[in-house]
Design a binder for this molecule. Structure first.
Ligand code: SF4
Length: 150
């Protein structure tokens, strides 16, 4: 399972397949990471800097984090994509094709001037999250999705 949790400043990524449930996150920021709650991560419950430090201590890489840089990510199923916007300007997208055996992620691109901000990862996670919520398989095809999802 792949999930993203946003506040107005950062996005926390969680990959359940890498999580060993060792709970360093729960110990580090119990107000944010609470396995008794749904959703179990509340990024509004502590300052972003504290959350960042806790995420960095995750021993498996199940948790990662990126600053949002004011970029909004939308899921647009009618266009088979997620898209990134800086205000009203589109700055990236992740497109997929609905195949018989799942959603094939075929292309992920971010405008060069917006590179290095974690936008591509947010775009892919947005598609994967939507697919998983619909109990649909994801087939990574583009090289970035292959690298990210393994
Ligand atoms: S610290 Fe990382 S591996 Fe441990 S429970 Fe939290 S998310 Fe999972």
């Amino acid at each position: 399972m792949h999930r993203m949790y946003d506040n107005s400043d950062i996005t926390i990524f969680w990959d359940s397949e890498k999580c060993r449930k060792a709970k360093q996150c729960v110990t580090g920021s119990p107000e944010v990471f609470n396995i008794e709650k749904r959703p179990w991560i509340d990024p509004s419950a502590a300052p972003s800097a504290k959350i960042w430090k806790t995420v960095e201590k995750c021993p498996t890489g199940a948790l990662t984090v990126a600053y949002d840089h004011g970029i909004r990510i939308e899921f647009e199923e009618d266009k088979c994509r997620s898209a990134a916007y800086d205000g009203s300007v589109e700055v990236g997208q992740c497109t997929f094709r609905k195949a018989q055996d799942g959603w094939a992620i075929e292309h992920t691109v971010v405008s060069p001037e917006y590179g290095g901000k974690g936008i591509a990862k947010r775009l892919v996670y947005k598609v994967v999250e939507a697919a998983e919520r619909q109990e649909t398989a994801v087939i990574p095809v583009c090289s970035y999705a292959v690298k990210l999802l393994g």
